[in-house]
Every structure is written in C-alpha cells, then in structure tokens.
Design a protein. Structure first.
Length: 405
C-alpha cells in the first residue's frame, strides 16, 4: 500500500482556522432497537500511570486513541521512560480486569510529542501520527488473539508528507482505501491554512463504509464564521465529485474544536459533529449563548444544530460517543484550562434533547483535560471508556468506564 496525495492535492480555504477531522471510518454494527429507555451505570473513575512531563498525550481534539477489540479496550498511551531514541514512546496499552493499563511494548511512534489517531477495522489497526514540524506517518498493525499483542506490518510505518502539521486523522472508505487529512500553512500567507487529503493507491482485504459510500471532511472557517463540510463519493475520481456544504453559520459559530462520528447502520444515514463555537469571545455575547453544539447531517445533506453547553458553563474540547444499542449520543466536554470532564446524553436524531450535565472524571488536585473517545460506536456489550490526562499538576492519565443500560 502506498499513500499519495489526492489530486487535486488540497481542498483549500483561505480562511480556514483549523482542520476538524476526517470522518471516522466505522465498522458496521448491528443496531438493536431498545423498547425502553434504560439508565446507564454511574461512571467509574480511575487515576492511571504517569507520563513524561512536557507532553499532552491525549490531544488532538479530532483524534481518537481508544478502540475495542477481542473483548478488550485498547489505547495509544505515552510511556514515562525514554525509548531507544531518548524520547518517551507512544505504545499500545491494554485495559486489564483490575482497571489498570498494561503497556504491551508495541511502539507506534517514538517521536517526542507525537499525537496519533487510531482506527481498528476488525482485521487491522491503522494509526496516523504527526509531530508539529515533521513527517506524518501511517502505521498498519496486525493483531494476534492468542497473545493479545499487535505487531507492525512489514513495510510500515509509511511517510505521507512532511512540514508544519497541525493535526491529522485517518479513515477508510468503502473501496478499502486509507484516507488521511491534515492542515498545513498556506505557502504564501502564513496567517492562512490549507486543508489537505491523501489516500492509498490500493485497498486492503476488508472494506468499510465511512458513511453511505462517501468520506467527509469538516473544518472551521473562522473569518467567515462558518463550519464547512466537504463530501466525496468513494467511486468518484480524485479531481471530481467534491461537494461543499455549510454545516453551521452565524456570529462566532466557528472555532477549531471538531469531533466527527457516524453510526453506519443508522437508517437515516446521519453524521454527527461536536463543535465549539467562539461565543464568549465577544463583549456582546451572553452567558446563555451556545458554546458547544452537536451538528447532525441527514442523508440528503441537511444540517441541524443542537446546543449541548452554554458560555456560562466554561466547557471545551467536545467529543462524541455513539451508542449503537440504544440509539443514543453522548457528548463529552472538559473544563476550560483543565479540571473536570462532564457528559450529556441525547437520543440520536436530527434535533437532540440533552440530559443534565453529569461528572465523568474528577479527582482532587487534578486538572483533567483533552478527553479522547473511540471512533466506532459502542454497544451494551462494550460499554465505553473515556481517556484523559492532566499535563499541569499530576502528569497522569485518568480514565472513566461506564456500562450502558
């Protein structure tokens, strides 16, 4: 498999603030329709191991560092000791029955301060990782169920591109091609960014639908106060087929916090995005103005916005979790500058109605931030795990576990 830039090699906006994320490619899950509303268990909160100071191991906002495979939760986590190159490594960790993370020793990226986006397809693990100024790497790993271990496939990791990269995310389309998307500064105007996409020239053995045979890219256009979404059919040529949609517009409606998810078996073919607005930045903004919104896209490309948090709550870095059993959505949010992690829940649909805010992670003396969630939908069999970190005080990981229904 070779990764090459798509042609044309960029989807450009001269007013882009930050790339949100490439729509996560998701395994098709059988949706079980619940005949009653069931209460979730209270979240169980755990303080985890330390990590190397000077890093933010659970960022970036569009990325996912968790996945569920073989009855086990897994995570990309940074070690507290240096590897062979003198830097702490990002390795694969396994969540054990005693609620601690075991370092399996499989190195995904050994570069200092690298951040990665993980995608488990059911047969292979893919990770796209980057550093601020360096090369984007695409890794492919195989899983051995008898040893509970992942190993890097021959010929990997592969280099995609290099330069000043702000974020990178990964997905697969229905043709089995691997896609990554990222932002780079404009070559002639450093105040502007460009959104780029690249895909592999060949497909792997298994295939996956991102959403309805398409891939989608969302980004924020802060100068024009618009959240934009570009859609590309899997069977269209690289140079053609791209369509542009306005997901949200209005006064300070765009910011650089975006998290995209899709439930592939949703009959309505919906895509969901958790975004942060820039409300609260203006002197005329009200405490009741929406700061966190969840956007829902119908199969026909119509977008609907629902408010998940207001300016007065001071919440940031929204993440989504989709429940494939009971058809529910969870939005996970952190306190500004770190503190606690909260969640709200809503039935899936065009217009959502969220429950009261509930605490997901809170520990005395810890400034917990940068929560990360799985790409794929969760079920009553998996429950869900949320991983976060405190880079300011304790220099430790924290995670929450919750049982659905």
């Amino acid at each position: 498999m070779q990764l090459t830039p798509a042609q044309p090699s960029s989807i450009r906006s001269r007013t882009i603030a930050l790339l949100g994320a490439l729509l996560a490619g998701l395994l098709a899950l059988q949706t079980v329709v619940a005949s009653e509303v069931r209460a979730d268990s209270a979240p169980r909160m755990y303080q985890d191991q330390a990590f190397a100071p000077g890093t933010s191991p659970t960022e970036d906002k569009p990325q996912s560092k968790l996945w569920f495979n073989d009855g086990i939760w897994w995570a990309l986590m940074r070690t507290n000791t240096n590897g062979s190159d003198g830097n702490p490594d990002v390795t694969i960790h396994r969540l054990q029955a005693d609620h601690t993370w075991l370092n399996t020793g499989t190195v995904v990226d050994g570069r200092a301060a690298s951040t990665g986006d993980a995608l488990w397809t059911g047969s292979k693990l893919y990770v796209a990782s980057r550093v601020t100024s360096g090369t984007i790497r695409a890794a492919r790993m195989s899983y051995n169920a008898s040893t509970d271990m992942y190993t890097m496939d021959s010929g990997f990791p592969k280099s995609v591109t290099s330069g000043s990269i702000e974020s990178v995310t990964i997905t697969r389309d229905s043709l089995g091609r691997l896609w990554v998307t990222f932002t780079k500064p404009h070559p002639t105007d450093s105040s502007l960014d460009q959104v780029w996409v690249a895909h592999s020239t060949t497909s792997d053995t298994s295939s996956m639908v991102a959403f309805g045979g398409k891939v989608g890219v969302m980004w924020s256009d802060q100068q024009n106060q618009v959240m934009r979404f570009a859609v590309h059919p899997d069977n269209a040529a690289d140079n053609t087929g791209w369509t542009m949609e306005t997901a949200l517009s209005g006064t300070r409606s765009a910011d650089d916090h975006i998290n995209l998810k899709s439930l592939t078996q949703d009959a309505a073919g919906r895509v969901y995005a958790a975004i942060k607005t820039s409300r609260g930045d203006g002197s005329s903004d009200l405490p009741s103005d929406p700061s966190i919104r969840v956007l829902s896209r119908s199969s026909t490309g119509t977008w609907t916005a629902s408010t998940a948090a207001t300016v007065s709550e001071g919440l940031t870095r929204p993440q989504l979790i989709l429940d494939g059993t009971f058809n529910r959505l969870y939005v996970v949010m952190s306190t500004e500058s770190g503190g606690n992690v909260y969640f709200r829940r809503s039935p899936l649909g065009a217009s959502m109605s969220f429950t009261a805010r509930a605490t997901l992670l809170s520990f005395s003396g810890a400034l917990i931030n940068n929560a990360t969630t799985p790409k794929a939908p969760v079920t009553s069999a998996t429950g869900f795990v949320v991983l976060a970190s405190d880079e300011k005080n304790t220099k430790r990981y924290f995670h929450a576990e919750m049982t659905l229904g």
